[in-house]
Design a protein around this ligand. Sequence first.
Ligand code: COA
Length: 396
Amino acid sequence: MMDFSKLKPARDVAIIGIGSTEFGEHWNKSLRELAGEAGSKALHDANINPEEIQLLVGGNMSGGMFVGQEHGSGLFADYLGINPTPSMRTEAACASGSVAARVGFMAVASGMYDVVAVGGAEKMTDVPGDTATSVLAGAMDQENEAFHGLTFPSVYAFLANRHMFDYGTTREQIAMIPVKNHKNGHLNPIAHFKSKITVEDVMNSALVADPLRLLDCSPISDGAASIIMVPADKAKDYDDDPIYIRASAQASDSLTVHDRRDMTTLDATVWAAKEAYQRAGLSPKDINIAEVHDCFSINELIAYEDLGFAKKGEGGKLIESGEVEIGGKIPINTSGGLKAKGHPVGATGIAQLYELVEQLRGKAGKRQVENARYGLAHNVGGSGATVVVHILSNER
Ligand code: COA
């Protein structure tokens, strides 16, 4: 793998505003209203007017299949009142939002634009559950996986079984992950689920794809989130405490899981994380807080290992140690994660950055992690064909 440590963007980039809707089932709000609400909140937080936006980048996985709406970027720009500002949509399955953030980051870093709004939105609950499962399965290999009846819960169930077989990871250890994330979601006013659960609740919930049960799965959610980026040199003109994007990294792997080197490692996470650490000049030990992609409980456990927070095979020990709880060495998914905060797929990557900004600003309320300096966001598209890792800091 190449060395990214010497590659510097032309300009450093900072975040000066964030906005998010509550995540959940929004029967009375449309896709455009969700996106508009998040965008307006971000503009308000940044204390800027819509006409100051020079570019809008929006992540949306499947507006066409979920609500019949393609060309969301044009719609959102219109709805936000920023025409004739250019707008574009990014799609990379559940990583659509993070890819939007990367495009926005590159636009500011290159010097092409100064004030960029990025966002993500998805309205998933207007279709029946089985339709949502099929739409999501559109992000898998259609010929080699979906055609044979695979869905995302079943793909991640393979990973869970293999991890348990290879490393002796226990079903209870895996169940501790949603328990922690619901505990955090309980403290998050914008989370889809604010209820606490126990390991027994997880173990006794309905079987979805053996060994994964209902409470191992992220839900089908509606929601939107947005952030405003500017060059770091100009950030203090807008905000006394900007948050800096210290690294934006991405990697790709095979769409089909059976083509992977190892089923219990998402190599794209390992590669994207290495790139992010190199670009930021940091190591996993420097990270104080992380939002990781727990679309299914097992994926958070694997992420501990792939991001370097635990040795290979020791993710189970890390969750058992309590160090990933708020108050531990490396609190993970303080927002509640995808499991409890919710997973409106196109919005998720931006929502992770939203939580990191709240934490790094010291504004996360009861979820606040003391003295957090570096935060990492890890967003997976599909079963790992796309992975994006961002590192943010309250220090430049
Ligand atoms: N966690 C906790 N509770 C959940 C839940 C979840 N993931 N999903 C649904 N529920 C609850 C609902 O709130 C509802 O509760 P209620 O009866 O008290 O109102 C109940 O379970 C039944 O909800 P329903 O919508 O009928 O569930 P479902 O069986 O249609 O869907 C899953 C459950 C797990 C199949 C669905 O949430 C799912 O597909 N999740 C994975 C999404 C996914 O793959 N995302 C992309 C990842 S790569």
